[in-house]
Design a binder for this molecule. Structure first.
Ligand code: ADP
Ligand code: ADP
Length: 232
């Protein structure tokens, strides 16, 4: 599903270079829940941003569904980005829009009709358990509920992959658990491949099947979660 080949990202500032990561190789299978764990500064955010080309890698390939997205034209890149939904630590919802209108936003951009949007938004809010909050504003919701809106929005254009950037780091353990349960359900029901970056080992242990440990810009270890972490 996702193949990362010899991927390198170097930030170029005026007077110095910062290596975010160097020569990384990863293979993420279709339908997997793949975790990337590592301390702050390890390169996790940069890596996930290279997967949907919010950030341009310095060298290497990101092959998604057989096509190298680092070589796409702007138009094709826009199409490819629709295959990647993303959720964030701070949810990134639009304050001035209701829950339903936040979820509708990517559908509007994609040029869907009003009727298509109404049906899809209702279906997504049902999936994330927020059908009764459609007309509320983000400020009226708890953190966990806001992240559910983020998830619904990320799924709007039927992506093949859901990228989660520290998606539970702003939430308490109980809410984290319920969000992870929802991600599991989405993986199970819709068959979407999920990539999770986090600094929290509990998150990886709870839902990931595979994990890569990123440290100072290189993969220190990777494999099945049960092989990498000792129990309990
Ligand atoms: P993590 O998500 O694991 O905390 P990041 O990917 O944010 O790691 O950062 C990896 C390294 O790249 C750090 O040294 C960070 O300071 C640096 N970095 C991240 N973004 C930028 C940027 N836009 N410009 C320069 N350096 C950056
Ligand atoms: P995260 O929690 O994702 O690691 P950071 O605080 O590291 O967040 O980074 C927040 C933003 O600042 C990101 O867009 C990142 O690219 C940018 N950034 C991080 N480190 C640097 C840096 N050394 N120079 C410039 N921008 C940076």
């Amino acid at each position: 599903m996702i193949k990362i080949n010899n991927l390198t990202k170097i930030y170029q500032s005026k007077d110095k270079q910062v290596v975010a990561f160097d020569n990384i190789n990863l293979d993420i299978g279709e339908g997997e829940i793949f975790g990337v764990i590592g301390p702050s500064g390890a390169g996790k955010s940069t890596l996930i941003r290279c997967l949907n080309l919010l950030e341009e890698p310095t060298a290497g390939e990101v092959i998604i569904d057989g096509q190298d997205i680092t070589k796409l034209s702007t138009y094709k890149l826009r199409e490819a980005r629709k295959e990647m939904g993303m959720i964030f630590q701070r949810f990134n919802l639009l304050k001035s829009r209701t829950v339903a209108d936040n979820v509708a936003f990517p559908l509007e951009i994609a040029g869907k009709t009003k009727r298509e949007i109404t049906i899809k938004v209702a279906e997504l809010l049902e999936l994330v358990g927020l059908a009764d909050k459609a007309n509320n504003y983000p400020s009226q919701l708890s953190g966990g509920q806001q992240q559910r809106v983020g998830i619904a929005r990320a799924l709007a254009n039927d992506p093949k992959v859901l990228l989660c950037d520290e998606a539970t780091s702003a939430l308490d353990p109980e809410t984290t658990h319920s969000i992870l349960e929802l991600l599991k359900k989405i993986n199970d029901k819709l068959g979407i491949t999920i990539v999770i970056i986090t600094h929290e080992m509990e998150v990886i242990k709870e839902i990931c099947t595979k994990v890569a440990v990123l440290d100072k810009g290189t993969i220190a270890e990777h494999g099945d979660v049960i092989d990498i972490f000792t129990n309990p």
